[in-house]
Write a protein that binds this ligand. Structure first.
Ligand code: SAH
Length: 251
């Protein structure tokens, strides 16, 4: 089977939509989006990507943002199962990669439990796309031999993150959902031994209409002198200083 083979009736494809620009879709994603009966998508999936959908395909919004009553994960899983059982060819479209902070795992387990045929199309995750589009080499031979991808939701007191271990092990951190708690996160990182002058990039709405980049240091992030709004990827580490901007829209 090829990833881009047409879906069978009753089959679900969990598809990564990448960071926003339609050009950054995989060939398989573009083909399946353009040939399906129904698309169940998140808030982060861009209009440009949705515009590639088959005009006859139904669209179901299953987002969790924007103040509207949000679909629970159980509801989303149930919807996917119901649509597949009614013989639809379903594309479950998620921003970035479906398995990176995207709860795609829960969805494939629900599909598998219901005996539904499914496939997974990886996407370019925002944590990789954002630094690349900003000209930041997310690994650089002179800086880091590892990277940590983490969620900023874990800055709360019940955090599962061991900040000292994190700082000791990873010279470069790429944070998803990190803007709201950025000052707290920066404080924890400094307390855990990271240099206050470590460079920070806040990369907002990468490849989208509201794209914006903010640069500064970890101590500026701690005081709130630099900040950003969701959706943004925060890159922390000396790789940020290795940046060479390459897009004509860049500052
Ligand atoms: N599955 C997605 C991540 C979902 S979590 C992926 O692999 O990219 C949602 C977070 O992803 C956002 O809070 C933000 O941190 C990041 N994100 C997604 N799209 C983005 C974009 N276009 N620009 C910047 N950050 C983005």
């Amino acid at each position: 089977m090829k990833l881009s083979d047409p879906l069978q009736p009753g089959e679900v494809a969990l598809v990564g939509a990448g960071p926003g620009a339609a050009e950054l879709l995989t060939v398989a994603a573009a083909r399946l989006i353009g040939d399906c009966d129904v698309i169940v998508h998140d808030a982060l999936v861009s209009r440009e990507v949705l515009a590639l959908a088959d005009a006859r395909a139904a669209r179901i919004f299953a987002g969790k943002r924007g103040g509207r009553p949000s679909a629970s994960q159980a509801d989303i899983c149930e919807t996917l199962v119901r649509l597949a059982k009614s013989g639809k060819r379903v594309v479950r479209l998620k921003g970035g990669d479906p398995f990176v902070f995207g709860r795609g795992g829960e969805e494939i387990r629900a599909l598998a439990a219901a005996g539904i045929r499914f496939r997974v199309i990886p996407g370019i995750t925002a944590g990789v796309a954002a630094p690349a589009m900003a000209g930041i080499p997310v690994t650089d031979r002179t800086v880091n031999a590892s990277i940590a991808f983490l969620t900023g939701h874990e800055a709360s007191p019940g955090s599962r993150i061991d900040w000292r271990a994190l700082v000791a092990a990873f010279p470069v951190l790429v944070i998803y959902m990190g803007t709201k708690n950025l000052a707290v996160i920066a404080g924890r990182l400094i307390d855990a031994g990271m240099r206050p002058d470590t460079p920070v990039a806040i990369l907002h709405d990468v490849t989208g209409a509201h794209e914006r980049q903010v640069f500064g240091t970890l101590s500026e992030a701690r005081t709130g002198a630099i900040a950003g709004a969701s959706p943004a990827i925060v890159v922390i580490g000396d790789v940020v200083a290795k940046r060479r901007s390459w897009r004509d829209t860049d500052s």
